[in-house]
Design a protein around this ligand. Sequence first.
Ligand SMILES: [Zn+2]
Ligand SMILES: [Zn+2]
Length: 309
Amino acid sequence: MASASEHDAHQCSNCPKTAPLTCKGCKAMPNATDGQLSSAWYCGAECQKAHWAEHKAQCKAAQARQALFRAGALAQQIFYRFSKTTYMWSPGRIEKIGTTWLIHPERHTGLYSQIDEVGHFIKGAKYQLRQVYGGEGPPVIDGTDYAHTIIRVTTMNGETYALDMAGAQYGWYEPVTPWQSYNTSRVREIKDVVPFGGTRVFCKTRADNTGGQHKWVHGIKEGFAKSVDEAVEWWQRRNIPSSDLLRLPEHEFQKRRGSLIDTVDEFLQLYKAIQESNGGFTVREGFKHGGYDRKFTSFALGTIPGRAA
Ligand SMILES: [Zn+2]
Ligand SMILES: [Zn+2]
């Protein structure tokens, strides 16, 4: 198969001739093995027509893949906004709750046959992770023992991908990677596999069953997460369903993507402002000290309603 570079000559998918035409359906779509862009190429309309019966399934799979790569990139962008607004996680140290957004609607579209959350230990993690907060000195977490949560998606045609929104902390910036290569190069050991949305349920359970600061922290986390869902819902009602968004031509997709991200940002900022004005505390201080279920310092305790300083 010819390389995806525009400067290379492509061979017709149906005969040995050189192919100047690319299939519009799967033009510049990520391929299944490495995420590089590829497409079917043809010497002319006749060969394309003759090859369609064979190519059809592949073409549809490429389009589904494109939607998945877009969903992954969008979810990652929203995750970054979420982290920035809540102060829960700095870009250097990101946890898992935010990884489950935005691809919800895709479950109804028949693109994917299975979506799981996979917690795994990073291969060769010898370094330590550090929270990048000022003040009393950052707590240090041993990266070796820290399970990293990703989403594993299997498409209808049997391709499996890893969606890693928070991989930047390990230097992995691309949100979507074919599972096989992700698993081989990055996973030391799988800790657990839970159904998609499991982390969200877990956080809610913790919010319901803990008391004091923990309850407050988990409640706020839940509130921020809900804001994201509401923003996406709100935006979809006024624009297009996200499943359609993911299938738009590239130019249209890029245009609308920005407005969705902005909407999420606005909802998050609004929720934060309400929390700050109602609660008599600053969200920032609360999370600064409580985001990881660690003991609050006396300073932080003073900022929580109902607690003495
Ligand atoms: Zn041909
Ligand atoms: Zn095609």
